[in-house]
Ligand binder design. Sequence first.
Ligand code: GKR
Ligand code: MG
Length: 438
Amino acid sequence: MNIPIEYTTGPRIKEVIITPIAIVDPPLLNAAGLHAPYALRTIVEVITDDNITGISEIPGNIAINEALEAAGKLIIGKDPFQLNQIKKILEKNFGKEDMSKRGLTPWDQRKLVHIFSSIEVACLDIIGKIINRPVVDLLGGKLRDRVPFAAYLFYKPEGAGGELEFNTDRNATGWPKARQETATDPQQMVQQAIAMCKEFGFKSIKLKGGVYEPQVEVDTMLALHKEFGPDVPLRIDPNGIWEVGTAIKVGQMLHGIIEYLEDPVRGQENMAIVKRELNIPLATNMCTTSFEDIPNSIKLHSEDIILSDHHFWGGLQSSMKLAAICETFGRDLSMHSNSHLGISLAAMVHLGAALPNLRYALDTHYPWQSDEVIMGGRIKFEDGSVEVPKGPGLGVELDRNALGLLHKNYLHCGLTKRDDETEMQKIEKEWKFQAVRW
Ligand code: GKR
Ligand code: MG
């Protein structure tokens, strides 16, 4: 008989606290429009009856936060070690989430994956603190001490985000200066890349495309290649906005200078067609985005690299499960990102350190942010990589003062979800999001 074990001793979850925050975000352009002056995140604290607090961070969205409030109530009294049981409880109450709920945006809009990710990461933080081990040890242990990231370039108008939207600090130098400058043509993008790589030491570069006519973006890639040479791997991600024919032409023009092409088109079928025509690895965080998508991905060979994201794949342990699938079927695994702070970064680093194969540097938006919500301030990058935090659990602690201020930002900014189309219409009235544009 299948009787779940109920341990009579050990910690129980007594409280779940959900705090929405708004962090300053520059006006970055992408296929869906423009980033708002603030990016929303949600900080989750899970507290046990013996007062151990586990923390996590997920993308902010009022509908997800409301569902998370309800989820928090369901897990009161549960043992934080029993993650399988917690998952079942959540699945039972929220039902299976149809993939259509992901939406057409570059980011994932499903609720359950975010909810489970936030609770799982916070519980792993608790478990790590109880057994005095870093989270990476709960994922099978560390295979590297440092995790490499890539420079993530964005076309953008002038501005650094926040209250001073589109204002600039005239005294800024180095990366803080480049971060606020206009970058809309190939030479300006090269300058952005030079400043970002100098500050963070990145050794590979990603361009967020899907903003301009494909030829402009190809010219940007060629200019980056000319500046950085063959030893700096390049990638471009138009978030599925190209037609199949366009993607094939762009791929041919960039052949030999890119390490992979990310989501050139929408859908696994189209990705498979593009893949057959080009001898370039394809990566995705848009067409194979859940375990349900795996069988078809394997059947069609829609991509070579899955860009996982623990916020969207249901947590760190699920991401390890995905890593095993990738290893079995000869796929690579790397990581996707959205605007984020140090709790998410710490979780990504623990996961990155445990992944069996890590051929490609991970994505991160972190250089674009200036706020932080953890003690000790911003996490340091050296030579483009981040050291695995050494303390127990995630190895980062909440800075309550910063949390309070960032929550105030949330209350003042009036944003409740990410809506890049509306932001874009503030500078180009007629602009409309198109899932496929060129
Ligand atoms: O921040 O504008 C952005 C990106 O477009 C982001 O939303 C994507 O989800 O970085 C992401 C990606 O790789 O597709
Ligand atoms: Mg992408």
